[in-house]
Write a protein that binds this ligand. Structure first.
Ligand code: FES
Length: 87
């Protein structure tokens, strides 16, 4: 079973220049302009990195909770908790 309530529908995208340790790179390095995408949907087969599997959640809306069974059959419920974490 998989229970989903979204706070976002895509990956966390973090620029290398904003990562801890980036100050050790040459300030002119093109690496600083790259970004890394971390999975926020829980479906990636390459965690912690995003592999594009979040495309399977494109029809899921922030205001609902989705419950999937082992056959990927889905039940849609009202959102089970508020975005502040309170029920
Ligand atoms: S956010 Fe992209 S695979 Fe999870």
């Amino acid at each position: 079973m998989r229970i989903v309530s979204h706070e976002r529908t895509g990956p966390y995208r973090i620029k290398v220049r904003d990562m801890e340790g980036a100050e050790q790179l040459d300030p002119n390095s093109k690496l600083l302009d790259l970004s890394v995408e971390f999975c926020a949907c829980g479906l990636s087969h390459n965690k912690p990195f995003c592999d594009g599997s979040h495309e399977n959640t494109e029809d899921e809306q922030l205001s609902y909770t989705y419950v999937y069974d082992e056959n990927n059959k889905r039940v849609i419920l009202p959102r089970l908790y508020k975005t502040d974490g309170k029920i």
